[in-house]
Design a protein around this ligand. Structure first.
Ligand SMILES: [Zn+2]
Length: 122
């Protein structure tokens, strides 16, 4: 794990995406510069369902340098589901979940095994 923080602007964008997608989920992939998450990639064809979000990985350009993912939990429970853990395992090391009501504290970051990870905001 060499990701230490996310740009505040990108965190705000993720919370905004959650709000705009509500009551459905959104899903995106994240890439970083010098250990700071600096890009949010909305992948064409991502499915935002009421209980799970899926990303078609054959649509992901391999050179994006993906370090993790972000998705929303419209039910406000900010902890990874079993399906999330399976998804985390194949999509990088740092995974953000934002939850209803998408306020500035309504997000958490997790490692691929589902344990909490303290991600800074810069
Ligand atoms: Zn989830």
């Amino acid at each position: 794990m060499n990701i230490s923080a996310i740009e505040k602007e990108k965190l705000d964008l993720l919370l905004e995406l959650g709000k705009n997608s509500h009551p459905r989920e959104f899903a995106a992939l994240l890439s970083a510069t010098s250990g700071v998450i600096s890009e949010v990639h909305m992948i064409p064809g991502s499915i935002g369902g009421p209980t799970s979000a899926q990303i078609p990985f054959d649509m992901v350009p391999i050179n994006l340098g993906i370090v993790g993912s972000a998705h929303s939990h419209p039910n406000g429970a900010i902890c990874p589901s079993e399906a999330d853990i399976h998804f985390f395992a194949v999509s990088g090391s740092c995974h953000i979940i934002v939850g209803y009501p998408y306020g500035s504290d309504d997000w958490r970051c997790f490692l691929p095994d589902g344990t909490r990870y303290h991600l800074g905001v810069v």
